[in-house]
Structures are given as C-alpha cells and as structure tokens.
Write a protein that binds this ligand. Structure first.
Ligand SMILES: *[C@@H]1O[C@H](CO)[C@@H](O)[C@H](O)[C@H]1NC(C)=O
Ligand SMILES: *[C@@H]1O[C@H](CO)[C@@H](O)[C@H](O)[C@H]1NC(C)=O
Ligand SMILES: *[C@@H]1O[C@H](CO)[C@@H](O)[C@H](O)[C@H]1NC(C)=O
Ligand SMILES: *[C@@H]1O[C@H](CO)[C@@H](O)[C@H](O)[C@H]1NC(C)=O
Ligand SMILES: *[C@@H]1O[C@H](CO)[C@@H](O)[C@H](O)[C@H]1NC(C)=O
Length: 523
C-alpha cells in the first residue's frame, strides 16, 4: 500500500516540479523584527566574537568543499526570506548573521518535500525554540535541492546531507569553539535519518548532545541495521516521537521500530485524533494529487506539533508511560511511574534509556493536546464469563466529571479483573464516585457460548448474564493517585446488562488510609 502511495506521490512531485522549484538563495539581510537588537546600524558587534581581524574577511571558502545543502540562521518571523543565509567556511557570514558563539546550537532538518517550499512548521518550531531558550542559535538546514526528488532518490541523499551537517558542525567547532555537547539536531521524517547520519560522523570522538527524530521516515528504513538509519548510537541522547507509523489498516509513513533511547507513541503512533483518513477523498477532490500529502501530513506532522507545544506549554506537559505495546496500554495496564517508567514527551524529556520499550500516551485532537489518563479496573467475584465487556463509565471528582465514556473492559489473564484506559479532557481532581453502565451483549468466548446454548436447551431458560463486581479501582496516570470504589452494599454488586450502578469511595479503605495518615503525622 505504501508502495502505491509513493507512486502516487512521485507522480505528484513530477507534475508540480515545474511550478514549485525551490527559490534561489534568500536575501542575506539580517531579519528585522521586535527581538532584533536596537542598534541595527552595528550588527557586527559584541555578539560576534568570532571575527577578530580584517584579514579574516577574505574569502576563506576557496578550496572548501561545495555543499549541496544550505544553512539559514533564524532570528524571528515566519518567512524563509527573514532568515540569514549562513555560508559555511565563511567567518564573515557568521558575523553578518549574528551567530552568537556563546550559545548552544539547534539545527532543524526538514524531510522529503513534494513542493519545494519551506513549510510553516519549521518557523513555528524555530520561533518556539527562541521563545523557550532565548539564548540559542537556531539553524535551518535547507536541502531542498536533494529532497525535491522522487522519494527513493531523496532517501539515497540522506547520508550525504548528514555528512554536510557534520561538516558544518566540524567547522563551527573550529571557528566558533562549538562544543558537540551543545548541539541538538531536530529532524522531521527523512530529516530524522539525516540527523542520525550527521551524528554517526561523531561516533568515535565526542558525540553530539542530542538528536530528536520527529516521526522518522519508515519506508526504506524500517528494519535496517542501526548504521543505516537514526539510532541511539548517533548522539548522547536520542528521542523520537512516532505519530504515523504503518498499521494493518493504514499506510503510515513513519518508522514503527524503536530508533531512540526514548520512543514515544502518542495514540499508538499509527494515526492521530483530529486527522481523518476519509479526508483523503475530499482533499484529493479539492486539491488534486496535492490532497494526498495534505491528508498524510496531518498525522505525520503531529509529531512536530507535539514537540513545538512542549516548548511553549510547560504548564501541561504530556506524559508517556512505558508499555509493552499499544493494546496493553489501551487496557490500562501501564499507567505506572515508579522506577522511572514514565517520561515527559518533547523538549523536557528526562534523558535516560527506556530499554527499547515504547512510551505510550493519548492526546487530544488539537492544542493543548494534554489529556488525563485514568486506569479503570473492575474487580469481579464469582464466575467469570467475559473476555471483554462494553461499558460506559462516568468518573466524578472535585475537578469535574466525565460524561458517559464508552469503554471496552478487557479481562486480564491473571484473574478476575477487567480493565481499560480512560482518557479525560480535564483533570478531575480528587475522585468521589464512579458510575458504571454495562451495555450488555457480552462477548462470550466460543466454548462459553456453546455451554450457554446447551444450558438454555436443557433448562429451557435464558439465564440473565450478570457481572458480580466487588470493587472498582481508578488510578490517575498524571498524579499516580489511586482510589477504591464500592457499591452501596459494600459487598458484591450485581450488574445486569443495560443496568447502571453508582460506586462511591469505599468506607473501609477510607478508614484505613486515614489511620495511615494519622500514624504518619504522629511520627
Ligand atoms: C545603542 O548605541 C547607543 C550609542 O552608541 C548606546 O548608548 C546604547 O546603549 C545602545 N543600545 C543598545 C541596545 O545596545
Ligand atoms: C551572546 O550569548 C551570551 C550567552 O548566552 C550572552 O551573554 C550575550 O549577551 C550574547 N550576545 C548578544 C550580543 O546577544
Ligand atoms: C497551554 O495550555 C493552556 C491550557 O492549559 C492553553 O490555554 C494555552 O493556549 C496553551 N498554550 C500554548 C502556547 O499552547
Ligand atoms: C459528583 O461529586 C460531587 C461531590 O464531589 C457531588 O456533589 C455531585 O453530586 C456528584 N455528581 C454526580 C453526577 O454524581
Ligand atoms: C459480605 O460477604 C461476606 C463473605 O464474602 C459475608 O460473610 C458477609 O455476610 C457479606 N455481607 C453482606 C452485608 O452481605
């Protein structure tokens, strides 16, 4: 399916190449904006300690390798024309562009391009980096001349472009005393692998500080050895956000396998809320073949948006939870933060190795993407006849309540426990009650259904299926708090199909926890 998609996309590149070839070199004037220094007349000043003598103004680039990619220093604004073209091997250009060699360096690397345009996300991300870090050099790598080719050809150029980034870094190391610790490469799609190739150049020596892969490209990279794609070896710390990977139903373009020290899979990593695959038809209808990339971009580019948001919205960080896979996460089995099993998605990620296991989370469809994760566990007593149960659950707390959220409770292999993950749009605060409606239509396993049918024939009756609920426990992923809820009888609550029951905080456990706190306050 990907192959077909790529064929379509390749065709679309061909049809659009003539009209949308990359523009020539952008004007070299320094950007004029609110955040630029007041004394515009003297741009070559204290900010650029690199150039000391007039002799250095002579062209140094004579004999220097010719690079296919260009590098632009970002100061402010949302247009490529506002950036400053930095000529590698020219110290003068470092001064002209007001490169501050005291500051760390972030390089943003774009991916495959179908229209040869610098896309708006680049400037949103660059501006967010400036806003958050203040003292930072943000460079935009422009390798559109190579990226604007059929996908397989662009893939073949990644290693070369990576080497060019490495060449620039090596030069900055010499002329601007740039420490590799202070380098952060952020690559999107194919750009993530470009960053990996750039990083692998420094393997033997001092590794780069950090590489962030934003939905690293999958086709032609999935399953390759670490040397041929982004991998944890490429920097001191590598993080990745996967948002549009291949699934049985959808032709993703992101890589599914772990490529980093910490790999995040928002919403399972395959498709993102707020994006509709059905839009592909309306987009194609509206934009022709350009409609295909538009549809793909929604989920693919979500990785960029989540990362950009993480720079801006520090009050509501997104937490990812280490889990075996997305289906275990959906069953609510992985909301545990003990022993560093959860981490913050985006810029403020804790630098550690999550042992090859992905970190999973749900998000909302738009900014702010934060949702609040709750693990709902229904503990049963008596005969267990269910594999899974469709229910709707309402959680009520001091911070608000959810509506009736439809969930599928899944049976644990270990015992009489059914569980699910509930993602709430708001922080519910301290929980006080849970309402559970069993929608009935129990999904009995094959042999149980047969037993039931035999029973019905023998007895001539249809026994009403019942859930015998002992307790409901709810745990918040964000606060790690856990509550226990009991039915009114505080023993087993019988719930028949289409019934609903209210469960309130268990008194017994309430008492126990208050004696616990009393004991703690006494000591
Ligand atoms: C601009 O230059 C004037 C005089 O040269 C100086 O007094 C002033 O502090 C400078 N402003 C800034 C922001 O550097
Ligand atoms: C260059 O960066 C250093 C350290 O971040 C800062 O103190 C200095 O003011 C910067 N220079 C200019 C001209 O912004
Ligand atoms: C951050 O999140 C808040 C909601 O908590 C939202 O109102 C705000 O717009 C977000 N800010 C940014 C920059 O996304
Ligand atoms: C939710 O809980 C509050 C107390 O925390 C209570 O006053 C309110 O009636 C409850 N709402 C529902 C719908 O159960
Ligand atoms: C609750 O269950 C226990 C045994 O599990 C039983 O001894 C007790 O009588 C029950 N209490 C009520 C109120 O049903």
């Amino acid at each position: 399916m990907i192959f077909i998609l790529i064929l379509i996309l390749t065709a679309s590149v061909r049809t659009h190449t003539h009209t949308t070839a990359p523009q020539g070199r952008a004007p070299q004037t320094a950007p004029v904006s609110e955040s630029a220094p007041e004394n515009e007349t003297a741009p070559v000043s204290v900010s650029t300690p690199v150039s000391e003598t007039a002799a250095e103004m002579t062209p140094e680039s004579v004999g220097a390798p010719v690079l296919q990619s260009r590098f632009h220093l970002y100061h402010a604004g949302s247009l490529f024309e506002e950036t400053c073209a930095l000529r590698p091997y020219s110290r003068e250009s470092l001064n002209t562009c007001r490169y501050n060699s005291s500051d760390p360096l972030v390089i943003i690397i774009h991916g495959w391009t179908m229209n040869g345009l610098m896309e708006p996300w680049i400037f949103h991300l660059a501006s967010a980096l400036k806003l958050r870090l203040q003292q930072v050099n943000v460079l935009i790598s422009d390798w559109r001349t190579l990226a604007l080719q059929p996908y397989p050809a662009a893939v073949r150029c990644c290693r070369q472009v990576g080497q060019e980034v490495a060449a620039l870094l090596t030069w900055l190391q010499e002329v601007a005393q740039l420490s590799m610790d202070d380098v952060h490469l952020i690559g999107y799609s194919l750009g993530a692998h470009v960053a990996g190739f750039a990083g692998s150049h420094f393997r033997g020596t001092r590794k780069l500080g950090r590489i962030t892969g934003l939905d690293p490209a999958g086709p032609h990279f999935e399953g390759l050895p670490a040397l041929d794609r982004l991998s944890p070896d490429d920097a001191q710390f590598v993080d990745a956000i996967h948002t549009f990977t291949k699934s049985p139903l959808l032709p993703g373009v992101g890589i599914k396998q772990s490529v980093a020290h910490v790999d995040f899979y928002p919403n399972g990593g395959t498709f993102q809320p707020g994006c509709k695959i059905s839009d592909i038809y309306s987009n194609v209808y509206q934009y022709g073949l350009q409609g295909v990339p538009k549809t793909i971009k929604c989920s693919h580019e979500r990785a960029v948006r989540l990362f950009t948001d993480s720079l801006l919205n520090t009050s509501r960080p997104l937490l990812g939870f280490r889990c075996r896979d997305n289906s275990a996460f959906s069953r609510g089995q992985c909301l545990d933060c003990s022993r560093r099993r959860c981490n913050t998605l985006g810029f403020s990620v804790r630098r550690e190795h999550s042992g090859g296991k992905g970190l999973y989370l749900r998000t909302g469809p738009e900014t702010p993407y934060t949702v609040f994760h709750y693990q709902v566990r229904v503990l049963l007593r008596g005969p267990l006849e269910l594999l899974e149960a469709p229910v709707s659950v309402m959680l009520n707390g001091t911070g608000g309540q959810t509506g009736d959220v439809p969930l599928i409770l899944h049976q644990h292999s270990s015992g009489q426990v059914l569980s699910s993950l509930l993602a709430a749009g708001a922080d519910l605060g301290l929980l006080s009650s849970v309402r559970l409606l069993w929608k009935g239509d129990p999904l009995l396993s094959g042999w149980l259904r047969r037993v039931h049918n035999i029973w019905n024939i023998w007895s001539g009756t249809e026994p009403e299926p019942e859930l015998h609920i002992w307790r409901i426990s709810v745990k918040s992923g964000e606060t790690q708090q856990k509550w226990w809820f009991c039915g009114v009888s505080s023993n087993v609550t019988r719930l028949q199909a289409s019934d609903q029951q209210e469960f309130t905080l268990c008194r017994l456990l309430h008492k126990r926890s208050s004696t616990h706190t009393r004991r703690r306050t006494e000591t």
